[in-house]
Design a protein around this ligand. Structure first.
Ligand SMILES: [Fe+2]
Ligand SMILES: [Fe+2]
Length: 176
């Protein structure tokens, strides 16, 4: 049996680790350090969470779930897409806050991003992905697996993981 969510759930774990670390920066009084390192968090969010992970959801899995007859009772895909957009708005506000060295706004938007994404990931792990496993046909899952692999090859998923695990260690060391 083919499954289509374990890789995405694994990616969620790295996103959640980064959010926990982001909160340590928010809660610390090292404001200058946070202003200096925030662009690296933004880089992770844009390249890993958004380009690599959300792109797979939006362009592959969600599209398959929106095919007629797949999700007949309730379809949470619209809400998930809305939350991706909200997340992007918080990230834009984080970038603006960095440009203005506005630590208050940076912390506020970082916190809101973290809250949103923790809740979003919980819903995907517990509701959307199980729905996908139950409702997609084996044929559809096979097609999704092929599309995922294309993204892995195109973006070099192993390298992205490695680079962002290294960056995580650097960011963690800096706040200790
Ligand atoms: Fe998502
Ligand atoms: Fe996700």
């Amino acid at each position: 049996m083919i499954e289509v969510s374990s890789r995405l759930m694994q990616e969620h774990q790295l996103i959640l680790k980064y959010i926990d670390l982001l909160y340590r920066y928010v809660d610390s009084d090292k404001n200058n350090l946070f202003l200096e390192k925030a662009p690296l968090f933004v880089q992770f969010i844009k390249e890993f969470a958004d380009k690599y992970h959300h792109a797979k959801e939006e362009n592959i899995l969600f599209k398959a779930l929106e095919e007629p007859g797949v999700l007949t009772h309730c379809n949470p895909v619209g809400q998930m897409l809305h939350e991706h957009d909200l997340g992007r708005q918080f990230v834009t506000s984080m970038i603006e806050a960095c440009d203005k060295s506005d630590i208050h706004s940076l912390k506020e938007n970082a916190k809101n991003y973290g809250l949103l994404l923790r809740d979003h990931i919980f819903k995907e792990d517990k509701i959307l992905y199980p729905m996908a496993e139950t409702n997609l046909s084996e044929e559809a899952k096979l097609a999704i697996a092929v599309e995922y692999q294309k993204v892995e090859d195109e973006l070099d998923g192993d390298k992205i993981y490695k680079n962002f695990k290294t960056l995580y260690d650097e960011l963690e060391l800096a706040i200790n």
